[in-house]
Design a protein around this ligand. Sequence first.
Ligand code: MLT
Length: 404
Amino acid sequence: MFQLNDNYLKLPGSYLFSTIGKKVREYQAAHPDQKVISLGIGDVTQPLAPVIIDALHRAVDEMGHRETFHGYAPDLGYEFLRTTIAKHDFQARGADISADEIFISDGAKCDCSNIQEIFSQDNTIAVCDPVYPVYVDSNVMAGRTGTYDPQSGVWSDVIYMPCTMDNDFVPELPKKTPDLIYLCYPNNPTGSTLTKDQLQVWVDYANRVGAVILFDAAYEAYISEENVPHTIYECEGARTCAIEMRSFSKNAGFTGVRLGFTVIPKDIQRDGVALHALWARRHGTKYNGAPYIIQRAGEAVYSPEGKEQLTKQVAYYMNNAAVIKEGLCKAGYRVSGGVNAPYIWMKTPDGMTSWQFFDELLNKANVVGTPGSGFGPSGEGYFRLTAFGTYESTLEAVRRIQRL
Ligand code: MLT
């Protein structure tokens, strides 16, 4: 008789963005005349840049000819893309990362959730609170998080590092020593960042206690301020303690195309075994590589035209961020983020819970956001809005919120 993986049964409710999607569909069905604006899930709205479309077309044509057809991709990624990434994202920033330390995948969400597989089940994880739910949920599925207290929203075996207005959304080093530390900067959901010195503190700490930092840099393209590191490998010593995950979703609009990568320096080792070797083994066994045409599209992101076109796209979204931030500040809300990240993080008004404010906004303004408590207990009383809408709908959403 088969048995379930009953770790799945410990998961409360459904995935955050599935819950929101369901609520919005129900509302829309009951109010078909209302025009709902979604500033909820961080999904892009601008079409793929011309340089990417051209690269896709060329690669599709190649697939139609015997001489240029491609079957299975190399399981760790095509050399042309790995080399390009190493050069532009790392070596150009003085970060010592080589092409063979880069693993191409179909997105950062999968990598963020799968990476825990190469660690012992006995490892303790530390997460910022609030946090991108994938980090915790994937560890719940793996049986690493203990029991859940629905009252507090806390897992017994997870180390939470609160990030609130009181500490300017900068986590303190945990009192209990973790084995795996999830960090996401620029941060989803708070839109905050760490300076290079602040990140260096984490790298030094991880090396001291023998922990690994799982660094999610999906929003790197949105950094606008000096002294904010674009990769954790700008920090001294990161090669021995940090894995970095990157996405093409937010910098190049690939949410529907799917491409990402993970960097594992060969220097991260335990008892003479490199994590690099374990992840390579996993990739080889479980994954057949992102499609050739998509990897060619990814390569185009780094071309001079690609960089120019995508800088404009990022600026478009960051203009939305400014519109939201200024509009909400004018309306008297307490707002942060939106400077180095496409997320605006706001305090809910009048002591409302995050979900009360979600309902208020949906019912009275027909605007969808993401309740802060969905990202963890310290997110209660906060709310996230994304800058990934169109300019017009963002403007309209802000006007509606101002009229509340
Ligand atoms: C978010 O809204 O937090 C993100 O879009 C979710 C994701 O990237 O998977």
